[in-house]
Design a protein around this ligand. Structure first.
Ligand code: ADP
Length: 669
C-alpha cells in the first residue's frame, strides 16, 4: 500500500537513511543499536501519518542523544579536591574529611589493578595466558600446579583464578573446590583441552564462574576475565556506596555537592525528589502513548550530556506522602550498585548503565527514610552554625559574593562584623545561613541603587549595626527567652525539626470539666502520645506531687504548643510537657531560661534523644541559660566542642526529680 507520492517517499527514505547512519555512528552498546535498528525497520512499514510513527521517531531520536559512552575524564587529584572544598567553604572540617576519604576510596578502587592467578602445568600454555592478560593491564601471577596455586592464594589476594583441569597432585577440579571453600570471592575459570560436557557441568555445579575449552580464542579469554571482574567490583561498594548529606537547610549541602563535582571535573545536576509524584517520574512512562516521557534520571543524563555526572537527589525525606507506588524500591534501582548497572527506564526499554554516576542524597531529617535505602547510604551529618561561625562565613564568603553579584566592589562596600552579627541576631532565625545571605543581598541591592543615585562621587559605604536597621527596617525577631517572665504552666523545650533545632513553649491550662485532655498546636501523633504519657505519669503519682486525689475528676487539661504552622512531632518533648503540667498542677512558675529535651516513659524514666548539637545551637540562639539533657545522652554532650557549649550550661537529668529541681520555682505546696 502506498501512502505518499514519490517525492514524499524519497523524503521519508532520506529521513530513514539519515537515522540509520546516525544509529551506526552513535557508539551505542550493541544490544541498544540492534533495538534502534529494529525500531527503524518497523517504522518503514507503517504510515508516517500515524501516531506510532511519531512516537517511534521520537524514541529513536532520544536513544541517539543519550550519552551511552560519553563520560568526562575524572580528575583524581585528592589534594586539588581538598583545595577546592576549602576554597568555597569555611569550617566543616570533619565533613570535608569524610568526603575526601570517600573520594580517596573511589580513586583507589578505580586505580586498583585486578589480580589474576594462572595455574597450568604446560609451560607454553601458561606463558601464553599470562601474556594475553598482562597486556590487558592486569597483575598476573602464573604457577605450574595446583599446590603452588593454593600457596599463592594463601600468600596474597586474587580476583580471578584461571586453572587448567588436568594437573598433577591437586588438579583443576580439586583446586576449584578448595578455592570455593577458602576464598569464595575469587572467580574460578577452568581452561582445558579435555573439554567434555560432563566435566563442564560438574565444574559449573561446583561453583566455577565459567569454562573455556582449548583451543580458545583470545577474545573469549579476555571477555570471560572481564565479566568475572565486573562482578567483583560490585561487591565492596554496595554498603554505604551513596553519600547522604543530612542536616538543616542552608548548611552547605548543595554547595559542597557542587564542589565535589568541580573537584572531580564532572558535570553537576540536581533532582528534587520532593517534587516527584509517582514512579514514572523516576522510572519513566511506557512508550505506549504520545505524551510518554523518560524518567528524570535518564533525562538529566541526556541534558548534561555525560554518563558520569554528580547527581544530587534532594529532599529524600520529602518523598512519599502522596507518591504513587513505592518510591524506595524505584530509588534503589537507581542507587544500588547491584541493580543500577542495568537500570531500565520504562520509556527506553533498554538498560542504561548508571554505575558511573555519583549520586549524593540530601535530607533534612532521616527519621522517615526507609531502612533498605538507609543501608546503602553513607550518612554525613551537617549541623547548624554557631553565631560566630556565621559571622566568619559571612565575612569570608557571603558578603563578597553578594557585593560582586550586585555589581559593587569590595573596596567600596564594607560590612563590619558587628553589623553581620546584628543581622544574624535580629533579622534571621535559622540553623543555616540562607536568610542571612538573603538579608545581605537586600542590603547590597539598596546600596547599588544609592550608588547610582549619588553617581559621580565614589564613596565607601560601611555597614554598621545602625545602618542595618536603616536598610532592613525594624528587627524581625524577638525570641530571647529572658525577655519574658517565668509563668505557671509554661515550659521551654528544645526539639528538632526539618529546619534544625527549635525552641518551643509548651503551655498547659486547666479548667472545670471531666478528665478530658485537649491537645492543640499541630502536634504529630508521637507528640500527642508523649502528652498523654506525661499526664498519666503525674496522675499515677499525684500524691507525691501534692495534687489532690480527686483533682482530675473535676478538671479538663489543655496542652498547647504555639507556632501552630510548624508541624511538630517526635518523642523528645516529653520532659517539657511534663514540666509544663507539673508547673500548672503544683502552681509553681517554670523557669523560662531553662530549656529541656528528653523522652519520658510512663514510669518516669528519661530516655535519650537525637539532635543534641542542633538543639544546643537553638538554645544559644534564644539565649537559654541552662539546658537539660537526658543523662543517657552524656556521650553526645562530651562530644560537643568548647565553642558550641559556650554561653549555655548543660545539665544532665536522670529522673523527674532532677527536672523539678531545675525548672520549678518555689516549694511544693
Ligand atoms: P543546603 O543545600 O544545605 O540547604 P546550600 O548549599 O544551598 O545549603 O547553602 C546556602 C548558602 O550558604 C550557599 O550560598 C552556600 O555557598 C553558603 N554556605 C553554606 N555553608 C557554607 C560554608 N561553610 N562556607 C561558606 N559558604 C557556605
Amino acid at each position: 500500500m502506498k501512502f505518499f507520492s514519490k517525492s514524499e517517499d524519497d523524503h521519508l527514505d532520506g529521513i530513514t537513511a539519515e537515522l540509520r547512519q546516525k544509529i551506526a555512528a552513535a557508539a551505542m552498546p550493541l544490544p541498544v543499536q540492534k533495538i534502534a535498528e529494529q525500531e527503524l525497520d518497523l517504522l518503514t512499514r507503517i504510515s508516517p501519518a500515524s501516531a506510532e510513527y511519531t512516537i517511534g521517531i521520537t524514541y529513536i531520536d532520544y536513544l541517539l542523544t543519550l550519552p551511552w559512552n560519553k563520560k568526562t575524564e575524572d580528575n583524581l587529584d585528592i589534594q586539588r579536591a581538598e583545595r577546592i572544598l576549602d576554597e568555597n567553604h569555611y569550617g566543616l572540617n570533619k565533613i570535608k574529611e569524610r568526603i575526601l576519604e570517600h573520594l580517596a576510596i573511589k580513586v583507589l578502587i578505580k586505580n586498583q589493578k585486578a589480580r589474576i592467578l594462572i595455574a597450568d602445568d604446560e609451560e607454553i600454555a601458561r606463558k601464553n595466558l599470562a601474556h594475553i592478560l598482562t597486556k590487558e593491564q592486569y597483575d598476573v601471577v602464573a604457577v605450574a600446579d595446583g599446590e603452588q596455586a593454593m600457596q599463592a592464594l594463601e600468600a596474597s589476594e586474587f580476583d580471578v583464578l584461571l586453572t587448567d583441569l588436568r594437573m598433577g597432585k591437586v588438579d583443576g577440579m580439586d583446586l576449584l573446590e578448595r578455592t570455593r571453600l577458602k576464598h569464595p570471592d575469587i572467580k574460578v575459570v577452568l581452561v582445558t583441552g579435555y573439554a567434555t560436557v560432563p566435566s563442564a557441568i560438574e565444574a559449573m555445579q561446583k561453583g566455577a564462574f565459567h569454562y573455556i575449552a582449548k583451543p580458545y580464542k583470545l577474545d573469549e579469554v579476555r571477555e570471560t576475565v572481564k565479566r568475572a571482574l565486573e562482578q567483583r567490583t560490585l561487591k565492596p561498594s554496595t554498603k554505604g556506596s551513596v553519600l547522604c548529606f543530612a542536616g538543616p537547610p542552608g548548611t552547605g549541602k548543595t554547595s559542597l555537592g557542587k564542589s565535589i563535582a568541580r573537584a572531580l571535573n564532572r558535570k553537576f545536576t540536581r533532582i528534587a525528589l520532593g517534587g516527584l509524584k509517582d514512579e514514572a517520574d523516576i522510572r519513566g512512562h511506557r512508550r505506549t502513548y504520545v505524551g510518554a516521557k523518560p524518567g528524570r534520571v535518564i533525562d538529566e543524563l541526556r541534558r548534561v550530556e555525560s554518563a558520569n555526572p554528580v547527581i544530587m537527589l534532594d529532599e529524600l525525606d520529602k518523598i512519599g506522602h502522596d507518591f504513587k507506588g513505592d518510591p524506595a524500591s524505584a530509588l534503589l534501582e537507581v542507587l544500588d550498585p547491584e541493580q543500577n548497572r542495568a537500570f531500565t527506564d520504562h520509556y527506553l526499554d533498554v538498560p542504561f548503565d548508571l554505575s558511573s554516576v555519583m549520586f549524593i542524597l540530601t535530607a533534612n531529617v532521616l527519621d522517615t527514610v526507609p531502612a533498605p535505602l538507609r543501608d546503602r547510604m553513607e550518612v554525613i551529618e551537617f549541623r547548624g552554625y554557631t553565631r560566630e561561625e556565621k559571622v566568619r562565613i559571612a565575612s569570608q564568603f557571603l558578603c563578597a559574593k553578594q557585593i560582586r553579584e550586585k555589581g559593587l566592589t569590595r573596596d567600596r562596600v564594607v560590612f563590619t562584623n558587628e553589623a553581620v552579627d546584628r543581622i544574624i541576631q535580629e533579622y534571621t532565625r535559622e540553623a543555616g545561613i540562607r536568610n542571612l545571605e538573603r538579608r545581605i543581598a537586600t542590603i547590597c541591592r539598596k546600596i547599588a541603587r544609592e550608588t547610582l543615585q549619588n553617581s559621580g562621587e565614589p564613596s565607601v559605604t560601611t555597614i554598621t549595626p545602625d545602618s542595618v536597621e536603616r536598610y532592613l527596617g525594624r528587627k524581625k525577631f524577638h525570641f530571647d527567652v529572658i525577655e519574658e517572665q517565668d509563668r505557671v504552666g509554661v515550659a521551654t523545650g528544645l526539639v528538632r525539626t526539618e529546619s534544625g533545632g527549635e525552641i518551643i513553649f509548651v503551655e498547659a491550662a486547666r479548667m472545670k470539666g471531666t478528665k478530658e485532655l485537649i491537645i492543640t498546636g499541630s502536634l504529630g501523633d508521637v507528640m500527642r502520645e508523649s502528652a498523654q504519657a506525661a499526664l498519666s505519669y503525674i496522675r499515677s503519682n499525684a500524691g507525691a506531687f501534692g495534687i489532690a486525689d480527686d483533682f482530675f475528676e473535676h478538671h479538663d487539661i489543655h496542652i498547647h504548643v504555639p507556632s501552630g504552622a510548624i508541624q511538630k512531632d517526635g518523642p523528645s518533648a516529653g520532659v517539657t510537657i511534663l514540666a509544663a503540667l507539673l508547673s500548672l498542677l503544683t502552681n509553681r512558675p517554670a523557669r523560662r531560661d531553662v530549656a529541656m529535651t528528653g523522652e519520658l516513659t510512663l514510669t518516669g524514666r528519661i530516655l535519650p534523644v537525637g539532635g543534641i548539637q542542633d538543639k544546643v545551637l537553638a538554645a544559644r540562639r534564644a539565649k537559654v541559660r541552662t539546658m537539660l539533657v537526658p543523662a543517657r545522652n552524656r556521650p553526645d554532650v562530651e562530644e560537643l566542642s568548647a565553642d558550641l557549649r559556650k554561653d549555655v550550661e548543660l545539665r544532665l537529668i536522670d529522673t523527674v526529680a532532677d527536672v523539678v529541681d531545675a525548672v520549678l520555682l518555689g516549694k511544693l505546696p
